[in-house]
Design a protein around this ligand. Sequence first.
Ligand code: UP5
Ligand code: MG
Length: 200
Amino acid sequence: KRRSKFRVVFVLGGPGSGKGTMCARIVDRYGWVHLSAGDLLRAERKDPKSKDGELINEYIREGMIVPVEITLGLLKRAMEASGSTDFLVDGFPRNLDNLEGWETNMSDVAVPAVLYLETTEAVMQDRILKRANETKLAGGATRSDDNVDSIKKRFRTYINDTMPIIDKYKTDGIVHVVDSTPNPDIVFATVCNLFDTLQP
Ligand code: UP5
Ligand code: MG
């Protein structure tokens, strides 16, 4: 059987569950390339040449999932530009549209595992609001969706649209559940159990 050119681990979990934080640590230790779908969308939104900026803005503020054509285009471009073969895709796929778009267009990419960071809504909300506060105190611009109103909508989308995708991957038997409630050192130690098995 021909080996796939690319390897992808999806990193999923609710808003503020710690996806970005764990991905940064995985990059440091294992050298996988981190692609956050949310970060790619936020960068695209800022690009004055992009025709999708307005739409992305609106979707993110409302906690809705951007149509897959846009997200997949950004992911593909970043994968090809990176020169790497191993990717952490953070925060994607988040709904059925995302999943179908991936399966139709990326069927030659191997997905050996899904890392699922699990914690409570209370913990996630505290983390997001703390981040917003710290950013503000540092004089930075807070994320347009890091407010109580948008957070509620993000949680609703997560439960209604993203949980079924995680359940689907559970049925496939590739989900590694990690409790992301403890401090980052402890969470990362558990995450390493997965990545140690995925080398090189
Ligand atoms: N923190 C992290 N881990 C901690 C720990 N163990 N203990 C204590 N504190 C911890 O962490 C959040 C905060 O918590 C940070 O301050 C961190 O220091 C601290 P982070 O690692 O940033 O968590 P993460 O899960 O990445 O949170 P994020 O807010 O990025 O999650 P979302 O899923 O909400 O955001 P994302 O950028 O993925 O998506 C945003 C929006 O983009 C979506 O709502 C949607 O509108 C859109 N989108 C799409 O439409 N399609 C996509 O495919 C992806 C996104
Ligand atoms: Mg993130």
